[in-house]
Design a protein around this ligand. Structure first.
Ligand code: PEP
Length: 256
């Protein structure tokens, strides 16, 4: 039986299609210099594919994790423009985002590719963050739970409890991403508790207690503490505020 113990707070920075090479490497150096031994929190950045190898090289020797923002589920072949899980491992990435709302909504990635993506990541020994979350329209229609449930079931399809334990879930309401309007701690807490319950149904109590659930959507230095205080919020996935040291460092260093 796997050891499903404590959930270390996880702070992840999704840089999206931002930062040039020099700025990205400078930011990694700054974060690295402030991380300490990484004992009480886990921090990772998700740069553009093209800078992954350089970011990995600079992060070397520190607990800073480095991951990609997407992957394709096939290992190789005629898939122009795609990047596979073994390729990500080959350049030193150890993590990957799956199903970010921009992939789902701008690039129309269907829900049913998320399971194969998560499985491909795990097979290559990458730690996936599976992103789920409802649009404003879906929330207003009272469909938040239904949407999140469907995304969880598709993304985690076929996994054993041991495999699921290596997945992190990020609840990212689409209406809160890049808008400056974060979910309130109450709104986040309600959906995170729902997700924890679903994980229990799918994988049993022990595994469900070990899986981290991050909140994402307009996280800033002034709201991180309140969000992190919510039961079942085990970390944050940060977009815009992860691009600048004066915003990202206070988030990483939030007072527990
Ligand atoms: C994200 O891209 O995952 C995100 C949460 O963005 P932001 O923090 O800018 O809302």
């Amino acid at each position: 039986m796997a050891d499903f113990t404590g959930r270390k707070p996880y702070i992840a920075g999704n840089w999206k299609m931002n930062l040039d090479r020099m700025t990205a490497l400078d930011l990694v150096k700054t974060i690295k210099g402030r991380l300490g031994d990484g004992d009480d929190r886990e921090v990772a950045v998700f740069p553009s594919f093209v800078y992954l190898a350089d970011v990995v090289a600079v992060a070397q020797g520190s607990p800073l994790g480095v991951g990609a923002q997407n992957l394709y589920f096939e290992e190789k072949g005629a898939f122009t423009g795609e990047v596979s899980a073994p390729m990500l491992r080959d350049v030193g990435a150890t993590r990957v985002l799956v199903g970010h709302s921009e992939r789902r909504h701008i690039f129309k990635e269907p829900n049913d590719v998320m399971g194969p993506k998560v499985a491909a990541a795990l097979k290559a020994d990458l730690l996936p963050i599976l992103c789920v979350g409802e649009t404003l329209e879906e929330r207003k229609a009272g469909r938040t739970r239904q949407v999140v449930d469907k995304q969880l079931k598709a993304g985690l399809a076929g996994l054993t409890p041991e495999q699921a334990h290596r997945v992190t879930i990020a609840y990212e309401p689409v209406w809160a991403i890049g808008t400056g309007v974060n979910a309130t701690p109450e709104q986040a807490g309600e959906v995170h508790a729902f997700i924890r319950g679903k994980l229990k149904d799918l994988f049993g109590i022990d595994a469900s207690q070990g899986i981290r659930i991050l909140y994402g959507g307009s996280v800033k230095p002034d709201n991180v503490k309140d969000l992190m205080a919510v039961e079942d919020v085990d970390g944050v996935l940060v977009g815009g505020a992860s691009l600048k040291p004066d915003l990202f460092l206070p988030i990483i260093e939030f007072d527990r």
